[in-house]
Write a protein that binds this ligand. Sequence first.
Ligand SMILES: Nc1ncnc2c1ncn2[C@@H]1O[C@H](COP(=O)(O)OP(=O)(O)OP(=O)(O)O)[C@@H](O)[C@H]1O
Ligand SMILES: Nc1ncnc2c1ncn2[C@@H]1O[C@H](COP(=O)(O)OP(=O)(O)OP(=O)(O)O)[C@@H](O)[C@H]1O
Ligand SMILES: [Mg+2]
Ligand SMILES: [Mg+2]
Lengths: 227, 227
Amino acid sequence: IAQLIGANKRYKSGDTEITALQATTLDFRSNELALIIGPSGSGKTTLLSLLGCVIYPTEGEVLVGGNKVREMSETQLSNLRLNYIGFVFQNFNLVAPLTALENVMFPLTLQGVSGQEAKARALQALEGVGMADRKNFKPKQLSGGQQQRVAIARALVTKPQLLLCDEPTASLDAVSMVSVLQELHRLSKEGIAVAIVTHDPRLKEYADRTIYVESGRVTDNAEFSIH
Amino acid sequence: IAQLIGANKRYKSGDTEITALQATTLDFRSNELALIIGPSGSGKTTLLSLLGCVIYPTEGEVLVGGNKVREMSETQLSNLRLNYIGFVFQNFNLVAPLTALENVMFPLTLQGVSGQEAKARALQALEGVGMADRKNFKPKQLSGGQQQRVAIARALVTKPQLLLCDEPTASLDAVSMVSVLQELHRLSKEGIAVAIVTHDPRLKEYADRTIYVESGRVTDNAEFSIH
Ligand SMILES: Nc1ncnc2c1ncn2[C@@H]1O[C@H](COP(=O)(O)OP(=O)(O)OP(=O)(O)O)[C@@H](O)[C@H]1O
Ligand SMILES: Nc1ncnc2c1ncn2[C@@H]1O[C@H](COP(=O)(O)OP(=O)(O)OP(=O)(O)O)[C@@H](O)[C@H]1O
Ligand SMILES: [Mg+2]
Ligand SMILES: [Mg+2]
């Protein structure tokens, strides 16, 4: 479903150069829920953003759905992001003037789904994360955990093949966390590839695979424990 | 140091009225580290925002430093927020165009501290959270956990009497979390009142007291376990 081949990421800030991710070769497969763990600032969000075509590698290749991202046009890339990839950002990225329902409908409208169907599917996605009763609230009127659950519903509603989640349970209590993880686990068993960045030890029991990142270096199937 | 006396908070949204927090009487004392736990959307951030004079109660009173907040002028309130209270917001609230160092210096400059002293104290606060090496980076160039640590340094640098933290470790790995909590615990033993909203079971061992919030109702010294 998605691959990195010798892909790295460097940033220039003033006269210093930061290597956020060293050259990495990694494969994400369907039917698999992978956790990405590691210290703060180690490169986890960078890895996820490369896979999600949010940022581009300094060197090396990223392939999604078998296509090299570097060779795709801007239109092909935005179609890929819309129809193939679901992304839950670390800071939610909800659109402030839109209600919870409108935020979840938004990607469906972009896909050309009719207003009526978009509303029904968005409502169903909000119910799945326990947020139907707050559908007419705007992000500013929602708690941190409620905003996070709306962001999760928005990433799931387009039925992506590749689901990338950046700390999706950081603002959630144990009950909400379990219901979100059960849903993500169910989806991965139905065929999609799920990658989750987390510091939360509670997530270990849902994972098929653990990837460890430290100072930009990636170790696959790490026996590291999240403590 | 801070008290709620029969304080509640209601929001009107369209024709519905939401009670974010029911009438609550609660006291926060110096030399104490209190945890505030409870499900997502239960009213924890609302409770913290009332104490921090970020929002005002619909009914009842909030007292900080012995003064009724309702009877204070705008100038007295902004002085109270600047000199008495430190706040770590759930979404960090860093000022985007400023570097990490400038963000931490900002409250000191408002207090009238000289540029040189402000820089030295800000640098020390950043070192305390392991972020001195990223002092010239702007929030967009920092990872989630790095931004969170800068927000913690900014709340500590003014040496507040009352420190209010909303999920201060949600984006932190175990090592960063331990160093932040040890610092908060040390400060509470030196005399300040610390209140921390969290879903993180790892924080239990640092707490003197646990306050449980559910559907706007507050139970003090709750035997609830964070699991
Ligand atoms: N401006 C607002 N208008 C309407 N309702 C609001 C507003 N702000 C908060 N609420 C509601 O008040 C309730 C409590 O919110 P609060 O942010 O205190 O929850 P919380 O316990 O901090 O949750 P979390 O753990 O998800 O951060 C929520 O149900 C939320 O929808
Ligand atoms: N635009 C940028 N410019 C410069 N450096 C950057 C930029 N974006 C990220 N970095 C650096 O790259 C490194 C990796 O960041 P990344 O966001 O991937 O970390 P992370 O593992 O997700 O951390 P956290 O757990 O704190 O969210 C960090 O040290 C960060 O300072
Ligand atoms: Mg990150
Ligand atoms: Mg909150």
